[in-house]
Design a protein around this ligand. Structure first.
Ligand SMILES: NC(=O)c1ccc[n+]([C@@H]2O[C@H](COP(=O)([O-])OP(=O)(O)OC[C@H]3O[C@@H](n4cnc5c(N)ncnc54)[C@H](O)[C@@H]3O)[C@@H](O)[C@H]2O)c1
Length: 524
């Protein structure tokens, strides 16, 4: 799999972004997202009305979310960007990192001619000619960052053709990949993600989200589905071979066929179990992952890894099986207990350590608001993490290379969870936090990672309230790590950091070094 193709069209009002985007999407068979349309849909009013009722800053916040949503998609996508979107520095960075940016440009008289017949543009006011000249001057620098400039005169078809030639793109022979919908209330439209072939749905739901499960079942039924409820007790103890067998039998009892679907509604444990059942039943049927914990939203729901634990180790039986859609309803997080919420922040801090500067800045600036559970910041964190993980997974779905970087902190984490007998005494996130502290120390020893970078990591983990140590015996932990790796037939390898933002995978580290790093964290 290669990274998703994304083309972002930017330009002044009237430059033809929306119509050219629609034409490009039609020609290439790609997904099309118009950020202004998304904003209007989300706000339930037109862009002009948002400016009047809520003001420009509110519009810009909606617009940012629309952009992140577009970048989180796993399908090739054309993005028609609102005219001022790229003027914002964070948006610009995100676009230039994840998309090929095309500036559609035309002389003012052409733009004004088109605008006379179009919808109301709040930034143009009563004197469009003067306003347009001002916008052109204000946004010149931002527009100049576009990788390609296309003169947008002539028909929509001609402009679309020029864009395709400039970028040398053609319709890709890529299969359709999973859809992503994230934000408050998105579970209400979950039925829209089912394939046309589906008439029966097995809803594997965590009892902890029984109200949400009732609502999902009702909405699926009203879309004409026969719904079979499989209620489970979420938690690490759920991820067993027996539980998977039980779910599989229930799918057979419900007489699900190839075109039917499983919906997983719960945290990472429910997603891993239900996804594994979907991967195995009839050699694989479709499934939708609807995560209900922050950890599942920012991490486990993305990437198609499904499976259960064996007594010999964590996640030893499983399959790569991508869901048809990930539907992350952030409203469901309202009931998530503090410990489970905080646990997820370990994975968020992990993205700050292995990801882009932009991601690190976001986590630094917003950790306080996340801990206070600010809904807008939670939504942005979810979208950013989904986009970051999607980009990695699409480069390396089977974890042969770059995807291994996502396991930063996980060598120790999996051993800690196994030593606790998967009892949930230590949560996955808490184990990852400790694992990152160890991997950070090894990074300094082995790769001369600046100690300051690891101090920043530890500071973030401290702010989340993760303990600096835990009552595990470092010697026993080392034995367990080696035991886990023997069980999989691979040697012990580590994901380390050369510096923040530069993970390096596959390191075989000398036992003395590992012992010392474990001792620093577990027997300080
Ligand atoms: N597949 C992957 O790529 C991947 C990646 C990371 C982690 N994981 C797995 O994910 C699991 C951890 O996920 P998790 O932290 O979501 O654990 P979890 O599923 O055990 O959920 C944590 C707790 O929260 C409860 N819960 C869930 N949603 C709730 C809600 N909205 N309100 C109240 N309570 C709620 C659950 O019943 C459970 O008690 C681990 O097994 C880990 O191995 C998988």
């Amino acid at each position: 799999m290669s990274a998703p193709e994304r083309i972002a069209l930017v330009g002044l009002p009237g430059s033809g972004k929306s119509s050219v985007a629609t034409e490009l999407a039609r020609r290439l068979g790609w997904n099309c997202v118009d950020t202004d349309e998304q904003v209007a849909q989300r706000a339930g009013r037109s862009v002009a009305e948002i400016f009047v009722a809520e003001g420009e800053p509110a519009f810009r916040r909606y617009e940012r979310r629309a952009l992140l949503h577009a970048l989180a998609q796993a399908q090739p996508t054309i993005i028609a960007c609102g005219g001022g979107l790229i003027a914002d520095e964070a948006n610009r960075r995100a676009l230039l990192e994840d998309a090929r940016v095309v500036l559609l440009d035309a002389p003012d008289d052409v733009l004004l001619g088109r605008l006379r017949n179009g919808s109301v543009r709040p930034l143009l006011g009563d004197d469009p000619a003067t306003a347009l000249a001002r916008l052109r001057a204000d946004r010149r620098e931002a527009y100049e960052t576009a990788q390609v400039r296309v003169v947008s005169v002539g028909s929509v078809n001609q402009v679309a053709e020029t864009v395709m030639q400039s970028l040398e793109v053609d319709a890709p022979a890529l299969p359709r990949r999973w859809e992503v919908d994230a934000g408050p209330g998105v579970l209400r439209s979950i039925a829209g993600h089912l394939p046309e072939s589906t008439t029966r749905v097995a809803l594997v739901a965590d009892r902890a989200v029984a109200d949400a499960a009732d609502a999902v079942a009702a909405s699926l039924e009203s879309a004409g589905m026969a719904v079979f409820r499989i209620d489970v007790e979420g938690g690490e103890q759920l991820k067993t071979w027996d539980a998977a067998g039980d779910v599989l039998s229930r799918l057979a009892q419900a007489r699900l066929r190839r075109g039917d679907c499983v919906v997983a509604l719960g945290g990472g444990t429910v997603g891993d179990l239900a996804g594994f059942a979907a991967a195995s039943y009839l050699r694989g049927i479709g499934w939708i992952n609807a995560p209900t914990t922050l950890l599942a939203m920012v991490d486990s729901a993305v990437g198609g890894k499904t499976g259960v634990n064996l007594s010999q180790g964590k996640n030893l039986a499983g399959a790569f099986w991508q869901p048809l859609a990930i539907v992350a309803d952030t409203e469901v997080l309202d009931t998530l207990p503090g410990r489970a919420f905080r646990s997820a922040l370990a994975e968020v801090v992990k993205y700050a350590m292995i990801g882009s500067d932009d991601m690190a800045a976001f986590v630094h600036n917003n950790l306080g608001a996340l801990l206070e559970r600010n809904p807008d910041v939670i939504e942005e964190a979810v979208l950013r993490c989904i986009a970051a993980k999607t980009a990695v997974v699409l480069r390396d779905e089977r974890e042969a290379g770059p995807r291994q970087a996502l396991n930063y902190g996980h060598t120790v984490a999996h051993a800690l969870e196994a030593m606790g007998g998967f009892s949930g005494d230590i949560t996955h996130g808490e184990a990852v936090a400790l694992g990152m502290r160890v991997a950070g120390r090894l990074s300094v020893r082995e790769l001369a990672c600046p100690a300051g970078d690891i101090a920043v990591q530890d500071g973030l983990l401290d702010r989340c309230g993760f303990p600096r140590t835990h009552g595990f015996d470092p010697g026993a932990l080392l034995d367990r790590i080696e035991h886990d790796k023997k069980a999989t037939g691979s040697g012990v390898t580590w994901v380390l950091l050369r510096r923040r933002g530069e993970p390096s995978t596959g390191h075989a580290v000398d036992e003395t070094s590992v012992r010392a790093a474990l001792a620093e964290v577990f027997a300080p």
